[in-house]
Design a protein around this ligand. Structure first.
Ligand code: HEC
Length: 202
């Protein structure tokens, strides 16, 4: 009688071990077919977002007013909703993230940390960054894709993300009021700044 009991215990152990590994490794490689569907959606949404941010930034530089620094580099709901609805009718969620984030809401989750580590590894060893990176998460009906687009700093970005000594005092002041734990300064031109993450569902 002792034998089956031990077997039962070991099966139970094996089962919980397997479900545990499943939980911690929900990322899998997307197939070529999945990439062919997801990449163009991600490319189009990310491209339009970058365009939108750059035109807002140009307008702000022209008017010279950076007191409301928060409004310039924010992903605002209205343009995003428009960009998504013109691209796809799938469920889409957009976020930006970075290891050196300004807004704590943009701090990376465990999947984003992996994507950031991949891009930072390449960037630190002076290698060119790929245009995109796709993670497949979950399986079956709950499967979604995380499409990532790397963002680098141009000289315009340094107005608010550069060396604090070179940021105008009024800008620095309004940033530190809004984001007392800001980590997003000290960048130089052409640094890897972070990722746009576009989660694409069914
Ligand atoms: C006028 C000031 C300003 C300029 C110029 C600016 N940013 Fe930002 N940036 C901010 C602020 C403020 C936030 C926090 C926005 C929020 O609350 O989500 C931010 C957030 C970000 C984030 C999200 C991660 C985080 O740190 O919270 C990224 C990525 C980013 N900026 C990249 C850029 C890039 C790339 C450029 C240049 C093309 C740029 N920024 C130019 C002020 C600026």
């Amino acid at each position: 009688m002792r034998y089956p009991f031990i077997l039962l215990i070991s099966f139970g152990f094996l089962f919980s071990f397997l479900s545990c590994t499943n939980n911690s490794s929900q990322i899998s490689e997307p197939t070529m077919e999945e990439i062919a569907i997801i990449k163009p959606i991600g490319d189009q949404i990310a491209g339009n977002l970058v365009k939108e941010l750059q035109s807002e930034l140009k307008a702000a530089i022209k008017s010279g007013g950076f007191e409301e620094a928060v409004n310039v580099c924010n992903l605002r709901a209205a343009p995003i909703t428009k960009i998504i609805s013109e691209t796809t009718n799938r469920k889409v969620v957009i976020k930006r993230t970075s290891n050196k984030y300004r807004n704590p809401m943009n701090a990376p989750d465990k999947f984003e940390k992996k994507a950031l580590a991949y891009f930072e590894g390449l960037s630190n060893s002076g290698k060119p960054l790929p245009d995109y990176f796709i993670q497949k998460l979950g399986s079956g009906n709950s499967m979604v894709f995380n499409y990532y687009k790397p963002m680098k700093t141009s000289s315009n970005c340094l107005i608010c993300h550069g060396d604090p000594e070179n940021i105008k005092p009024d800008v620095l002041n309004s940033i530190s009021k809004l984001y007392p734990n800001d980590k997003a300064t000290g960048y130089k031109e052409n640094d890897f700044r972070g990722l746009i993450r576009i989660t694409i569902g069914n």
